[in-house]
Design a protein. Structure first.
Length: 220
């Protein structure tokens, strides 16, 4: 079994390997491709453009030829999966699985974003899931967090996110979702509520479920 991951930050490789280990996956299951240029282009453009979405979809389609499932791990680029046509295997966005898992908790969902270009696609995705489940939703941008990430201050970055999660719980959130994969490490630092949901675990779990469905006699 091979799950191909398309990242936009090198640091997310270790994040997903850690999540895979927690799920009991073998060390050779994940294949990683890192394309920081795609996120950098989106940041320069102020968000995801049609051209960037097409380029991302082409990269995802190429990965699908050599995998049992493909995961797009960047929330800013997430809508690009809609541009993938006739892939031979499931092509999933990790934040979609996260949105469904968060909405299923019920109560008030607070989704945290670290980079401004992620806010719009995250809001659209989580709002759809929240509406289906009939739950309240708030999407918050963690001010200053992305500057810390870009500066290489990982500890400061995760601490800022954990602080925002604790604040959300203080404001009555039933569950906090960390919308970007790079935020996952902050979940262990949160003290004022349940452990926040993270996209690496949610995305990998969704990929495993889809692979199992495809392999089952009923699915055929």
């Amino acid at each position: 079994m091979i799950i191909a991951c398309l990242h936009t930050a090198d640091s997310n490789v270790a994040v997903f390997e850690s999540a895979a280990c927690e799920l009991g996956l073998a060390t050779d299951v994940l294949r990683h491709t890192v394309r920081p240029d795609l996120l950098e282009a989106a940041e320069r453009a102020g968000g995801l453009t049609d051209a960037i979405a097409r380029e991302t979809a082409a990269a995802l389609t190429a990965l699908a030829a050599r995998a049992d499932a493909v995961l797009l791990t960047c929330s800013t680029l997430g809508p690009s999966t809609a541009n993938v046509r006739e892939a031979p295997v499931p092509v999933l966005r990790t934040d979609a699985a996260l949105a469904e898992k968060a909405a299923a908790v019920g109560g008030k969902v607070v989704a945290l974003c670290a980079v401004e270009t992620t806010v719009a696609p995250t809001t659209a995705l989580f709002a759809e899931a929240a509406q289906r489940r009939g739950v309240a939703l708030e999407v918050r941008l963690v001010a200053g967090a992305w500057a810390l990430f870009r500066a290489g201050d990982c500890d400061g970055y995760l601490a800022a996110i954990a602080g925002a999660a604790d604040a959300a719980y203080g404001d009555g959130a039933a569950i906090v979702a960390l919308a970007q994969a790079s935020m996952a490490g902050a979940a262990d630092l949160v003290r004022r509520g349940p452990r926040p949901l993270t996209s690496p675990t949610a995305g990998l779990s969704a990929a495993l479920e889809r692979i199992a469905q495809a392999a089952s006699p009923v699915a055929r």
